[in-house]
Design a protein. Sequence first.
Length: 253
Amino acid sequence: SRFERHNLKSKEFELFAPECCFTDDTVQTLALAASLMSGQPYGRMLKAYYRLYPDAGYGGMFRRWAESASLLPYNSFGNGSAMRVSPVAWFFAQPEQVQEEACRSAVVTHNHPEGIKGARATAAAIFLARRGRDKSEIKRFVEQRFGYDLSRSLAGIRPEYRFDVSCQGSVPEAIIAFLEADDFEDTIRNAVSIGGDSDTIACIAGGIAEAYYGGIPAAVFDGVWRRLDGRLQQVTREFLQRTGRGGAYFANG
Protein backbone atom coordinates (compact mmCIF):
# COMPACT_ATOMS: atom_id res chain seq x y z
CA SER A 1 0.00 0.00 0.00
CA ARG A 2 2.72 2.48 0.88
CA PHE A 3 4.34 2.30 -2.56
CA GLU A 4 1.24 3.07 -4.63
CA ARG A 5 1.90 6.81 -4.78
CA HIS A 6 5.58 6.66 -3.85
CA ASN A 7 7.03 4.11 -6.22
CA LEU A 8 10.15 2.15 -5.39
CA LYS A 9 12.12 0.76 -8.33
CA SER A 10 13.77 -1.92 -6.25
CA LYS A 11 13.07 -5.33 -4.76
CA GLU A 12 14.91 -4.42 -1.56
CA PHE A 13 12.48 -3.09 1.02
CA GLU A 14 10.97 -3.99 4.36
CA LEU A 15 7.89 -6.07 3.60
CA PHE A 16 5.80 -4.71 6.45
CA ALA A 17 6.06 -1.26 7.98
CA PRO A 18 3.87 0.62 10.45
CA GLU A 19 2.12 2.54 7.68
CA CYS A 20 1.05 -0.62 5.80
CA CYS A 21 -2.73 -0.95 5.48
CA PHE A 22 -5.36 -2.61 3.36
CA THR A 23 -6.64 -0.71 0.34
CA ASP A 24 -9.60 -0.76 -2.03
CA ASP A 25 -8.12 -3.89 -3.62
CA THR A 26 -8.75 -5.82 -0.41
CA VAL A 27 -12.20 -4.33 0.11
CA GLN A 28 -13.42 -5.08 -3.40
CA THR A 29 -11.89 -8.57 -3.47
CA LEU A 30 -13.65 -9.50 -0.24
CA ALA A 31 -16.86 -7.90 -1.48
CA LEU A 32 -16.82 -10.35 -4.39
CA ALA A 33 -16.02 -13.23 -2.02
CA ALA A 34 -18.98 -12.23 0.15
CA SER A 35 -21.18 -11.96 -2.94
CA LEU A 36 -20.24 -15.45 -4.11
CA MET A 37 -20.92 -16.96 -0.70
CA SER A 38 -24.22 -15.16 -0.12
CA GLY A 39 -25.61 -15.09 -3.64
CA GLN A 40 -26.08 -11.34 -3.45
CA PRO A 41 -25.45 -9.42 -6.70
CA TYR A 42 -21.88 -8.24 -7.28
CA GLY A 43 -22.85 -4.61 -7.78
CA ARG A 44 -24.90 -4.31 -4.63
CA MET A 45 -22.18 -5.96 -2.55
CA LEU A 46 -19.49 -3.68 -3.99
CA LYS A 47 -21.58 -0.66 -3.05
CA ALA A 48 -22.25 -2.05 0.43
CA TYR A 49 -18.55 -2.61 1.10
CA TYR A 50 -17.72 0.84 -0.23
CA ARG A 51 -20.08 2.32 2.36
CA LEU A 52 -18.35 0.27 5.07
CA TYR A 53 -14.86 1.37 3.94
CA PRO A 54 -15.23 4.71 2.12
CA ASP A 55 -11.63 5.80 2.70
CA ALA A 56 -9.76 2.78 1.29
CA GLY A 57 -8.32 4.64 -1.71
CA TYR A 58 -10.77 4.11 -4.55
CA GLY A 59 -10.48 5.52 -8.05
CA GLY A 60 -12.63 8.51 -8.87
CA MET A 61 -14.93 6.75 -11.33
CA PHE A 62 -15.61 3.87 -8.94
CA ARG A 63 -16.24 6.28 -6.08
CA ARG A 64 -18.80 8.25 -8.10
CA TRP A 65 -20.52 5.00 -9.12
CA ALA A 66 -20.49 3.63 -5.56
CA GLU A 67 -21.99 6.82 -4.16
CA SER A 68 -24.71 7.02 -6.81
CA ALA A 69 -28.11 5.35 -6.86
CA SER A 70 -27.34 3.72 -10.21
CA LEU A 71 -26.23 0.14 -10.78
CA LEU A 72 -25.35 0.81 -14.42
CA PRO A 73 -21.68 0.26 -15.39
CA TYR A 74 -19.47 3.11 -16.51
CA ASN A 75 -17.48 1.50 -19.35
CA SER A 76 -14.19 1.43 -17.44
CA PHE A 77 -11.07 -0.32 -18.69
CA GLY A 78 -9.34 0.25 -15.36
CA ASN A 79 -7.55 -2.51 -13.48
CA GLY A 80 -10.18 -2.68 -10.73
CA SER A 81 -11.93 -5.53 -12.53
CA ALA A 82 -8.72 -7.60 -12.45
CA MET A 83 -7.62 -6.76 -8.91
CA ARG A 84 -10.85 -8.06 -7.34
CA VAL A 85 -11.48 -11.19 -9.45
CA SER A 86 -9.41 -13.81 -7.59
CA PRO A 87 -12.35 -15.25 -5.56
CA VAL A 88 -14.06 -16.19 -8.81
CA ALA A 89 -11.11 -18.35 -9.84
CA TRP A 90 -11.37 -20.31 -6.57
CA PHE A 91 -15.14 -20.60 -6.25
CA PHE A 92 -15.86 -22.45 -9.49
CA ALA A 93 -14.63 -25.85 -10.64
CA GLN A 94 -14.75 -25.52 -14.42
CA PRO A 95 -12.78 -23.10 -16.62
CA GLU A 96 -15.89 -22.09 -18.54
CA GLN A 97 -17.63 -21.14 -15.29
CA VAL A 98 -14.62 -19.12 -14.17
CA GLN A 99 -14.54 -17.19 -17.43
CA GLU A 100 -18.27 -16.51 -17.40
CA GLU A 101 -18.26 -15.32 -13.79
CA ALA A 102 -15.11 -13.24 -14.28
CA CYS A 103 -16.99 -11.41 -17.00
CA ARG A 104 -20.05 -10.98 -14.78
CA SER A 105 -17.96 -9.64 -11.91
CA ALA A 106 -16.32 -7.13 -14.24
CA VAL A 107 -19.28 -5.77 -16.18
CA VAL A 108 -21.10 -4.37 -13.15
CA THR A 109 -18.61 -1.50 -13.44
CA HIS A 110 -15.94 -2.34 -16.04
CA ASN A 111 -17.95 -3.19 -19.15
CA HIS A 112 -15.30 -1.93 -21.57
CA PRO A 113 -13.77 -4.86 -23.55
CA GLU A 114 -10.35 -4.22 -21.98
CA GLY A 115 -11.82 -4.20 -18.48
CA ILE A 116 -13.52 -7.53 -19.13
CA LYS A 117 -10.38 -8.98 -20.71
CA GLY A 118 -8.23 -8.01 -17.75
CA ALA A 119 -10.56 -9.77 -15.32
CA ARG A 120 -10.83 -12.86 -17.48
CA ALA A 121 -7.07 -13.11 -18.06
CA THR A 122 -6.32 -12.78 -14.34
CA ALA A 123 -8.96 -15.34 -13.40
CA ALA A 124 -7.67 -17.75 -16.04
CA ALA A 125 -4.10 -17.47 -14.78
CA ILE A 126 -5.19 -18.14 -11.19
CA PHE A 127 -7.38 -21.05 -12.22
CA LEU A 128 -4.62 -22.66 -14.27
CA ALA A 129 -2.16 -22.16 -11.41
CA ARG A 130 -4.45 -23.81 -8.88
CA ARG A 131 -4.88 -26.71 -11.30
CA GLY A 132 -1.11 -27.29 -11.30
CA ARG A 133 -0.21 -25.92 -14.70
CA ASP A 134 3.38 -24.76 -15.04
CA LYS A 135 4.42 -21.21 -15.85
CA SER A 136 5.07 -21.88 -19.52
CA GLU A 137 1.53 -23.23 -19.92
CA ILE A 138 0.01 -20.26 -18.09
CA LYS A 139 2.05 -17.83 -20.16
CA ARG A 140 1.15 -19.49 -23.43
CA PHE A 141 -2.56 -19.68 -22.62
CA VAL A 142 -2.84 -16.03 -21.59
CA GLU A 143 -0.90 -14.84 -24.63
CA GLN A 144 -2.93 -16.92 -27.07
CA ARG A 145 -6.35 -16.35 -25.52
CA PHE A 146 -6.05 -12.70 -24.51
CA GLY A 147 -3.29 -11.30 -26.70
CA TYR A 148 -1.11 -9.90 -23.93
CA ASP A 149 2.62 -9.67 -24.61
CA LEU A 150 4.28 -11.61 -21.80
CA SER A 151 7.64 -11.96 -23.52
CA ARG A 152 9.02 -8.78 -21.94
CA SER A 153 11.25 -8.83 -18.87
CA LEU A 154 10.94 -6.86 -15.66
CA ALA A 155 14.40 -5.45 -16.30
CA GLY A 156 13.11 -4.07 -19.58
CA ILE A 157 9.83 -2.80 -18.13
CA ARG A 158 11.17 -1.21 -14.94
CA PRO A 159 13.13 1.85 -16.19
CA GLU A 160 10.30 3.52 -18.13
CA TYR A 161 7.20 2.11 -16.47
CA ARG A 162 4.89 4.70 -14.95
CA PHE A 163 1.60 4.82 -13.04
CA ASP A 164 -1.04 3.18 -15.23
CA VAL A 165 -4.44 2.10 -13.90
CA SER A 166 -5.67 0.55 -17.15
CA CYS A 167 -6.01 -3.21 -17.46
CA GLN A 168 -3.96 -3.24 -20.65
CA GLY A 169 -1.22 -1.25 -18.95
CA SER A 170 -0.95 -3.22 -15.71
CA VAL A 171 -2.36 -6.75 -15.97
CA PRO A 172 0.40 -8.01 -18.34
CA GLU A 173 3.03 -6.45 -16.10
CA ALA A 174 1.53 -8.13 -13.03
CA ILE A 175 1.54 -11.52 -14.75
CA ILE A 176 5.18 -11.03 -15.78
CA ALA A 177 6.02 -10.23 -12.13
CA PHE A 178 4.62 -13.64 -11.25
CA LEU A 179 6.32 -15.43 -14.15
CA GLU A 180 9.77 -14.14 -13.17
CA ALA A 181 9.41 -14.91 -9.45
CA ASP A 182 11.01 -17.67 -7.42
CA ASP A 183 8.30 -17.83 -4.74
CA PHE A 184 5.32 -15.92 -3.33
CA GLU A 185 7.28 -13.19 -1.58
CA ASP A 186 9.52 -12.73 -4.61
CA THR A 187 6.36 -12.19 -6.69
CA ILE A 188 5.29 -9.32 -4.43
CA ARG A 189 8.76 -7.81 -4.53
CA ASN A 190 8.80 -8.07 -8.33
CA ALA A 191 5.43 -6.36 -8.55
CA VAL A 192 6.47 -3.47 -6.33
CA SER A 193 9.82 -3.07 -8.07
CA ILE A 194 8.42 -1.92 -11.41
CA GLY A 195 6.52 1.00 -9.89
CA GLY A 196 3.13 2.04 -11.18
CA ASP A 197 -0.10 1.15 -9.39
CA SER A 198 1.84 -0.93 -6.88
CA ASP A 199 -0.93 -2.25 -4.63
CA THR A 200 -3.01 -3.43 -7.59
CA ILE A 201 -0.12 -4.97 -9.52
CA ALA A 202 0.91 -6.83 -6.36
CA CYS A 203 -2.69 -7.90 -5.77
CA ILE A 204 -3.02 -9.41 -9.24
CA ALA A 205 0.42 -11.02 -9.23
CA GLY A 206 -0.02 -12.27 -5.66
CA GLY A 207 -3.35 -13.87 -6.48
CA ILE A 208 -1.71 -15.97 -9.16
CA ALA A 209 1.31 -16.74 -6.98
CA GLU A 210 -0.82 -17.99 -4.06
CA ALA A 211 -2.47 -20.51 -6.36
CA TYR A 212 0.78 -21.52 -8.05
CA TYR A 213 2.92 -21.93 -4.93
CA GLY A 214 0.20 -23.60 -2.88
CA GLY A 215 -0.41 -20.83 -0.39
CA ILE A 216 1.05 -17.76 1.28
CA PRO A 217 4.03 -18.05 3.68
CA ALA A 218 2.94 -17.89 7.31
CA ALA A 219 4.92 -14.74 8.08
CA VAL A 220 3.33 -12.90 5.16
CA PHE A 221 -0.16 -14.17 5.92
CA ASP A 222 0.18 -13.18 9.59
CA GLY A 223 1.45 -9.72 8.68
CA VAL A 224 -1.57 -9.11 6.48
CA TRP A 225 -4.05 -10.73 8.87
CA ARG A 226 -3.12 -8.32 11.65
CA ARG A 227 -3.95 -5.40 9.36
CA LEU A 228 -7.50 -6.52 8.64
CA ASP A 229 -10.41 -5.61 10.87
CA GLY A 230 -12.76 -8.22 12.31
CA ARG A 231 -15.25 -8.08 9.46
CA LEU A 232 -12.61 -8.55 6.75
CA GLN A 233 -10.99 -11.33 8.76
CA GLN A 234 -14.31 -13.14 9.04
CA VAL A 235 -15.03 -12.98 5.31
CA THR A 236 -11.49 -14.12 4.52
CA ARG A 237 -11.73 -17.06 6.92
CA GLU A 238 -15.14 -18.12 5.63
CA PHE A 239 -14.06 -17.92 2.01
CA LEU A 240 -10.86 -19.89 2.60
CA GLN A 241 -12.91 -22.54 4.37
CA ARG A 242 -15.52 -22.65 1.61
CA THR A 243 -12.81 -23.15 -1.01
CA GLY A 244 -10.96 -25.83 0.96
CA ARG A 245 -7.98 -23.72 2.01
CA GLY A 246 -8.79 -23.02 5.64
CA GLY A 247 -6.54 -25.77 6.94
CA ALA A 248 -3.54 -24.21 5.25
CA TYR A 249 -3.90 -21.01 7.27
CA PHE A 250 -5.84 -21.82 10.44
CA ALA A 251 -5.09 -24.58 12.94
CA ASN A 252 -8.78 -25.46 13.26
CA GLY A 253 -9.32 -25.48 9.48
